[in-house]
Design a protein around this ligand. Structure first.
Ligand SMILES: C[S@@+](CC[C@H](N)C(=O)[O-])C[C@H]1O[C@@H](n2cnc3c(N)ncnc32)[C@H](O)[C@@H]1O
Length: 274
């Protein structure tokens, strides 16, 4: 594994959830397990096959790499991340692991069929720089596939708790202050077109507690992701207690319903930018 010490924009794995790095590794696994079946359906529709080469940019701990390997055993995967410690957890997936900045890849021009960026661009201050590099490494006709969220259409929960809106706004504000953007979902297709990708499409996908236990939504709806923001001075103890109370009410309500919305955008590369 090629090594260096770099940092992932507004993403800090040790401060993203309760329990530091260990907690974040568990969160990434749970997040991938929850929605991967829906994501796989879209990847197949977008032409990802076992005989192709997929570059997973910002692969993190390999949570999705493991899912991809299980679903498409023949797929050639190159997993890149800026964080060497996280990427070390992707050992054993059969992917080639490369520590690098997505904006400056040690890969040959036109060498991959598909580039997947899952929950990465929301942490990157200069997304255009990354997408230009993506165009370079994709073969002409190859596809970039970007999965993201948007704070304004993250989903629906019933019962809903309007008193949580201020807390959510503070979380988004903290990420913005660190150079990220949790409202990136609304810009995805325009970003891809602006960077020269063609045949741009958007494929939203939903995950609900009709198909999964409500408890499986804890990484998204529970207070674990908010606790580090107490130490950072973004949230008060009262706000954290409110969030914990509302999650406890929600999870113990047998009638509670939640649907999370993910946004996958894809575009075709005409070849490297001139
Ligand atoms: C929220 S995690 C998502 C990890 C993985 N894609 C998943 O879905 O489980 C974001 C990842 O992007 C990586 N990252 C952020 N900026 C990066 C950059 N400029 N180059 C490479 N990786 C980056 C982080 O280190 C982190 O592993």
């Amino acid at each position: 594994m090629n090594t260096s010490t770099l940092k992932g924009g507004s993403y800090d794995p040790a401060r993203t959830t309760t329990g530091g790095l260990t907690g974040e590794l568990a969160r990434l696994e749970a997040q991938a397990a929850l929605s991967f079946p829906e994501e796989l359906r879209i990847l197949r529709e977008l032409g990802v096959t076992e005989s192709s080469t997929l570059l997973e940019l910002g692969a993190g701990s390999g949570a999705v790499t493991r899912c991809l390997r299980a679903a498409l055993p023949g797929l050639t995967i190159v997993a890149v991340d800026i964080d060497e410690t996280l990427l070390a957890h992707a050992e054993g997936t059969g992917a080639e692991l490369v520590v690098a900045d997505a904006a400056d890849l040690p890969l040959e021009t036109g060498s991959v069929d598909t580039v997947l960026l899952r929950y990465v661009l929301q942490h990157v201050p200069d997304t255009s720089k990354v997408l230009t590099e993506v165009r370079r490494v994709l073969r002409p006709g190859g596809r970039v596939i970007v999965t993201e969220v948007d704070t304004s259409c993250w989903g629906i929960a019933e019962p809903s708790y309007p008193e949580m809106a201020g807390i959510h706004a503070k979380v988004a504000g903290a990420q913005r202050a660190a150079g990220g953007d949790r409202s990136i979902g609304r810009r995805l297709t325009r970003m891809l077109r602006a960077d020269g990708f063609e045949d741009v499409v958007l494929r939203p996908f939903a995950t609900t507690n009709d198909d999964h236990p409500t408890e499986a939504f804890a990484p998204h709806l529970g207070p674990q992701r908010l606790e580090p923001l107490l130490a950072a001075g973004v949230l008060s103890f009262a706000e954290l207690s409110l969030a914990a109370d509302r999650w406890n009410r929600f999870r113990s309500d047998p009638d509670a319903w939640v649907m999370l919305l993910g946004l996958t955008a894809a575009g075709t590369s005409p070849g490297p930018a001139a």
